[in-house]
Ligand binder design. Structure first.
Ligand code: DAH
Length: 344
């Protein structure tokens, strides 16, 4: 018996298990019902009483050492197995990052520009920080003229004759184009404009406009009407009608305000068109001879038309958004609604 115990002690030293189940097999071999140590315990009952004390102690030590050794092997094998077995299922498809989408104002601005591109217009751009001359003076706003107050201005510098300011409309790009480009001119000018206005559902201090300008020989009001009608039908649908109401802008004569037939109630009257059946979309007119002259164009030879529209306003009408502020707050829930709006 003594030898058997010694031998198991020695075997324990060399015992190895690379997996948990190997360790379990070792446990069964030594400590299972038919295990070697279990058999020694059986044998122990039959030995002479004077040997019981010594062997009893030895057997207990052996049992304890074996249990500890096997536990250690088991937990080493468990952590080795865990290390080689990744916790995550790497074959699972990954979580896609949410895709951004075009801002609705960009979508509409590009649609407006694309429509006029199809009509043969080029795109022109100008600075957002402008001078008084290009925003007012050359557009026939005389100094101290009350029309300047139609657009409350953010000044960047004051106190001299031609102060710098944030442009209040993209009509300034008309002037820059007339100064630099050869005739005939056919351009649209998209851009950001700034006005000192209290922010509300209908007004913001920053917004976007698209300005249009067409100058050639023999351009008439009929050409203006036709261009606007074609634009309105491309933008709001082929059934769309337009109407023009007389208006006033210093830079056009005659001037008009353009309405399109309400694309929601089709003229019957709803709360978007306030029961009138019409929606106002832009200002326009024949370029005032003074404006042509200021940029060195002879009004006896050339004539032209111009128009200007607010991009947010068009977007609000197209998508029936009733609060302008949605376009500036960048709430993902709002912006996400336009993720698929390539065609409005
Ligand atoms: N500049 C005008 C505005 O900011 C819009 C406008 C009206 C532009 C008539 C034009 C025009 O070119 O002919 O409200």
């Amino acid at each position: 018996m003594k030898e058997a115990i010694e031998q198991i002690f020695q075997e324990l030293q060399q015992l190895k298990a690379t997996t948990q189940s190997e360790a379990e097999q070792a446990r069964i071999r030594f400590l299972g019902k038919k295990g070697e140590i279990t058999a020694l315990m059986e044998q122990f009952r039959t030995i002479a009483p004077e040997l019981k004390r010594e062997y009893g102690q030895k057997l207990n030590e052996l049992k304890k050492a074996t249990t500890e050794r096997i536990e250690a092997l088991k937990s080493a094998a468990a952590s080795a197995e865990e290390a080689t077995q990744p916790k995550q299922d790497l074959t699972m498809p990954g979580d896609a990052l949410p895709l951004g989408s075009r801002h609705p104002v960009s979508i509409v601005r590009e649609q407006i520009v694309d429509i006029f591109r199809k009509f043969g217009y080029d795109v022109a751009e100008g600075p957002e920080i402008e001078d008084d001359y290009h925003v007012f003076e050359a557009l026939n706003f005389p100094p101290n003229h009350p029309a300047r107050e139609m657009q409350d201005t953010f000044f960047v510098s004051t106190g001299h004759l031609n102060p710098l300011l944030l442009r209040t409309h993209t009509s300034s790009v008309q002037v820059r184009t007339m100064e630099t480009q050869p005739l005939p001119i056919r351009v649209v000018c998209p851009g950001r404009v700034f006005r000192n206005e209290a922010i509300s559902a209908r007004a913001h201090c920053i917004f976007h406009q698209v300005e249009g300008l067409y100058i050639d020989k023999n351009v008439t009001f009929a050409d203006l009407k036709q261009a606007i009608l074609l634009f309105a039908r491309e933008m709001f649908g082929p059934e769309t009608e337009i109407r023009m109401r007389p208006s006033y802008f210093p830079f056009t004569e005659p001037s008009a305000e353009v309405d399109v037939s309400c694309n929601i109630c089709h003229g019957k009257g709803c709360n978007i068109c306030k029961g009138t059946g019409w929606l106002e979309i832009m200002g326009c007119g024949m370029v005032d001879p003074n404006v042509l002259k200021a940029s060195g164009i002879d009004p006896e030879v050339y004539s032209g038309f111009a128009f200007g529209m607010g991009v947010e306003r068009i977007a609000m009408l197209k998508w029936q958004v009733n609060d302008l502020r949605h376009y500036f707050e960048n709430d993902m829930r709002f912006l996400g609604e336009f993720a698929t709006a390539t065609e409005v």
